[in-house]
Design a protein around this ligand. Sequence first.
Ligand code: SAM
Length: 224
Amino acid sequence: MLSIVSTPIGNLGDITLRALETLKTCDAIVCEDTRVTGQLLKLLNLPKKTLISCHGYSDEGKVAMILERLKSGQHLVLVSDAGTPGISDPGYAIVSRARENNIPMQAIPGPAAFLAALSASGLPINQFVYLGFLPLKKGRQTLLKTFIEEERTIVFYESVHRIEKTLKELAEVLKEQPERPVVIARELTKMHEMVVVTTVEKLPTVAESIVKKGEFVVVVGATR
Ligand code: SAM
């Protein structure tokens, strides 16, 4: 059995009861970084487990070994460093291969940064487009230009190193829509959590003044 378990994106209190129980009773945990997951188990007062690091298709040998364990009847848990496995994180390779091999699976849902950002944004979220991280080069401008006509709320991830540049690019691409709302969520669920509600017009100023520390989610309102 494979359990796909979401873990906190900052605040440990966001671990679910099912996640705790599953992490406690499983045979081994497949994770991104054994140090991060080892530390999580320690902070949650959970027993030590065998930790298997796996980064997806690039780790073909590991994926095969994990499948063998699952086929032999072991209960494995899949986690990523934070949030929901497979959401801009490894996970897809193992889950898809487990499905192909008819391994019983369950998802144990919980935090994901884009969901927290959307729900706090105050923008319409009945429909949205999740883009993960924007491409760095090829296709970046083409994708950004699709924002001009997008009728659903857009949400994407950005790193601290690129947040200023990306917000300025966004302002340039959407300059004909100065009133369009943009919400920048930083360090969600953590001590320095901050949600900045602004517009395209003000983005260049916000881009320069926003604290360049931590993790960011950007939400762009729909074209009306
Ligand atoms: N699997 C994760 C999830 O379910 O959200 C996402 C992992 S992705 C490698 C990491 C990115 O998610 C960060 O660069 C940031 O854009 C976003 N992120 C993760 N935690 C966050 C937080 N607490 N506040 C804001 N953004 C966060």
